[in-house]
Design a protein around this ligand. Structure first.
Ligand code: PLP
Ligand code: TYF
Length: 394
């Protein structure tokens, strides 16, 4: 029977990872997959994670199943991290998921269960997995304009016009911070206009927040999510712990459904539990437990926050260094947007041919849409990249 299967397109970002591995040049630079790297190119295990793992080894007494929604302590800790006191806790239903991807997938499943005709409005561009999961699930998607190719900022008027076409029963998918793949983000006054649009159309927002702490800081990066959650009747939030806790392979995420009142919360919680059970029964626990331990222990939490802040400021300084090096070499300000963007990524806004030229001639790997991972750089490779960008004529 399996001969009837169709070949599926490979994930371009993961293919690029493989191509990089196979490149024998020792001068090659990996700016592809969105994984944080320190100045020596390693993806470190964060100190607080190591410490929590040590403690867990000593204190864990069982590996029996948790609950369908995972450990309630994890939900509490994460709801607090993401939403702070923006909404009353008893309006939030939450379930642990395998990574942020799992939260996105479960969120889409909840949307489809509630309204099989729902259309999901997605930024153009967005994280390719959003599109591929929606397609796989047979959910209709409607792109909204997002990136301004000229300024490399947000094409806000166009965005607002497009999301204004959503209707009640539709969903508008938004990146909570650090937009992937562009690095271009809304400011708070623009977020207020997005909220006004959602209030007007009655469309339901779903926020994907995978980089809290990588942009302007833990609270600043959650501000838009908090504003939306506290301003609309209901919303979904898919949070990932992969990046800000550096636990990519532990598969740790949380899907939250915020509603107006406690009775809606009960229905939402039942649905989240049910959907987890249909897809994998119990979510993974190891990463969630480490996150819970860190967030509920003052000293682990302080150490985690300090290390996350070091990572964030390192990425910011690489952005500034790259923008100023490009300004020096090109004699123009056209790369200033790199210092304005936030998070791991910036979209250069050049052609696939130029991206290919950077790979072929300079061993510089970035995603075909000209997304580069800032964390893949270091002090020494910034000038190399800047020179290559100017040399190929971008
Ligand atoms: N959403 C966005 C926009 C992402 O970039 C990512 C990737 O890291 C995720 C969700 C989910 O990541 P993970 O499943 O590794 O937690
Ligand atoms: O966009 C990225 O690079 C990260 C990591 O199928 C990632 O979000 C890439 C591809 C994928 C899952 C995660």
């Amino acid at each position: 029977m399996f001969e009837t299967l169709k070949e599926q397109p490979a994930d371009k970002i993961l293919m690029l990872m493989q191509a990089y591995k196979e490149d024998p040049r020792d001068t090659k630079i990996d700016l592809g997959v969105g994984v944080y790297k320190d100045t020596s190119g390693n993806t470190p295990i964060m100190r607080a994670i190591k410490a929590a793992e040590g403690k867990l080894l000593e204190t864990e007494t069982t590996k029996a199943y948790t609950g369908l929604a995972g450990d309630p302590g994890f939900s509490d800790a994460m709801v607090n991290l993401v939403l702070g006191d923006a909404v009353p806790r008893d309006t939030v239903a939450a379930a642990a998921t395998p990574g942020g991807t799992g939260a996105v997938r479960q969120g889409f499943d909840m949307i489809r269960s509630a309204n099989p005709q729902a259309r999901v409005f997605v930024s153009d561009p967005t994280w390719p997995n959003h599109l591929s999961i929606l397609k796989h699930m047979g959910i209709e998607m409607v792109p909204y304009r997002y990136f301004d190719d000229e300024t490399r900022g947000v094409a806000f008027d166009a965005m607002l016009e497009d999301i204004g076409k959503a209707k009640k029963g539709d969903v508008v998918l938004l990146h909570g911070c650090c937009h992937n793949p562009t690095g271009a983000n809304l400011n708070m006054s623009q977020w207020k206009e997005v909220v006004a649009s959602l209030q007007k159309t009655g469309a339901t927002p779903m926020i994907d927040i995978a980089y809290q702490g990588f942009g302007d800081g833990l609270d600043a990066d959650a501000a838009a999510t908090r504003l939306v959650a506290s301003s609309v009747p209901e919303c979904l939030i898919a949070a990932s712990c992969s990046k800000n806790f550096g636990i990519y392979r532990e598969r740790t995420g949380l899907l939250m459904a915020v509603s107006q009142d406690a009775s809606a919360r009960k229905l939402n919680q039942g649905t989240l539990n049910y959907l987890n059970r249909q897809n994998f029964s119990f979510p993974p626990d190891h990463g969630a437990r480490l996150v819970t331990m860190i967030l509920s222990d003052d000293s682990l939490r302080a150490d985690w926050m300090a290390e996350l802040e070091e990572m964030r400021t390192l990425m910011l300084s690489l952005r500034e260094q790259l923008a100023s090096e490009l300004q020096r070499l090109s004699g123009s300000d056209r790369f200033g947007f790199i210092a304005q963007h936030r998070g791991m990524f910036s979209r250069l806004g050049t052609t696939p041919e130029m991206v290919e030229k950077l790979r072929a001639d300079h061993g510089i790997y970035m995603v075909g849409d000209s997304r580069l991972n800032i964390a893949g750089l270091n002090k020494n490779t910034v000038p190399i990249l800047a020179k290559a960008i100017v040399d190929v004529g971008i």
